[in-house]
Design a protein around this ligand. Structure first.
Ligand SMILES: CC(C)(COP(=O)(O)OP(=O)(O)OC[C@H]1O[C@@H](n2cnc3c(N)ncnc32)[C@H](O)[C@@H]1OP(=O)(O)O)[C@@H](O)C(=O)NCCC(=O)NCCS
Length: 181
C-alpha cells in the first residue's frame, strides 16, 4: 500500500518500564484490539503489570518481548513466548500502533524476531495463531515464510476474547525454503 519501505528501518529493543506510556496509549484503540486479545479500556496498571511480567519472564527464559522502533520512534511490539529449548520451538505475537500501519513495520519486525529466535536459541520452529479475518496479519506472516498448518475454531485454546472465531495455526521452520518470499 504505502511505498515508504526500506529494508532496515526497524530495530527491536527489549521491553522496559520506560515503554509504559507507549504501550498504554496505543493499546487503547478499537482498531488495534479488534484483532488483538486485549479488552479496552486498558488501564496504565494493566500495562505496567504486563511489562513487569514480560521482564520477569525474560529473566526466566520463557518470553522475550521487544519494542519495535521505526526510524527510531516507538512503533509497536513483538514477542516470543512459550520458548521451549528442549522442543526447539517458540510462539510469536505482535502489534503495531495504528498510525504506523501499512508501512511494512510488522513484516520487518517479524523477520527480525524470527532470525533472533532461530539464531539465539537454536529454535527450529516458530508458531503463531492468527484470526482468519486478520488479512493483514496473515499477509505479514506469509511474507515472512509462515505457512498455514491448519484452520481451527477457537474453543478456548487461544483467547477467551475470540471464542468461536476461526483461527489459522501458522508456522515456519528454520530450514524452510519458503522464507522471505
Ligand atoms: C496486523 C498488523 C500487525 C500489520 O502491521 P503492519 O505494520 O501494518 O503490516 P505490514 O505493513 O508489514 O504489512 C501489511 C500487509 O497487509 C496489507 N493489508 C493491510 N490491510 C489489509 C486488508 N484489510 N486486507 C488485505 N491486505 C491488507 C498491506 O497492504 C500489507 O501488504 P503489502 O506489503 O503487500 O502492501 C497491524 O495491523 C496490527 O497491529 N493489527 C492489530 C494487532 C494484530 O492483529 N496483531 C497480530 C495478531 S496475529
Amino acid at each position: 500500500m504505502t511505498s515508504n519501505k526500506t529494508e532496515d528501518f526497524c530495530t527491536l529493543v527489549p521491553i522496559g518500564i520506560e515503554h509504559l506510556r507507549f504501550v498504554h496509549e496505543n493499546m487503547n484503540d478499537n482498531r488495534l484490539v479488534d484483532t488483538y486479545p486485549v479488552t479496552i479500556p486498558y488501564s496504565a496498571d494493566e500495562a505496567e503489570q504486563y511489562i513487569i511480567n514480560e521482564i520477569k519472564q525474560r529473566g526466566i527464559g520463557n518470553r522475550y518481548a521487544f519494542i519495535i522502533k521505526y526510524n527510531d520512534v516507538f512503533a509497536g511490539l513483538c514477542a516470543l513466548y512459550d520458548v521451549d529449548r528442549n522442543m526447539k520451538s517458540a510462539k510469536l505475537y505482535y502489534w503495531i500502533a495504528v498510525k504506523f500501519w501499512n508501512r511494512g513495520v510488522a513484516t520487518e519486525a517479524v523477520k527480525k524476531i524470527k532470525d533472533y529466535a532461530f539464531n539465539s536459541f537454536n529454535i527450529q520452529q516458530l508458531q503463531t495463531g492468527v484470526l482468519v479475518r486478520n488479512t493483514a496479519s496473515v499477509k505479514v506472516l506469509k511474507k515472512c515464510g509462515f505457512v498455514i498448518d491448519k484452520e481451527i475454531l477457537n474453543t478456548g485454546q487461544y483467547h477467551d476474547k475470540f471464542i468461536d472465531h476461526r483461527f489459522y495455526e501458522m508456522s515456519t521452520c528454520k530450514d524452510s525454503i519458503l522464507t522471505y518470499i
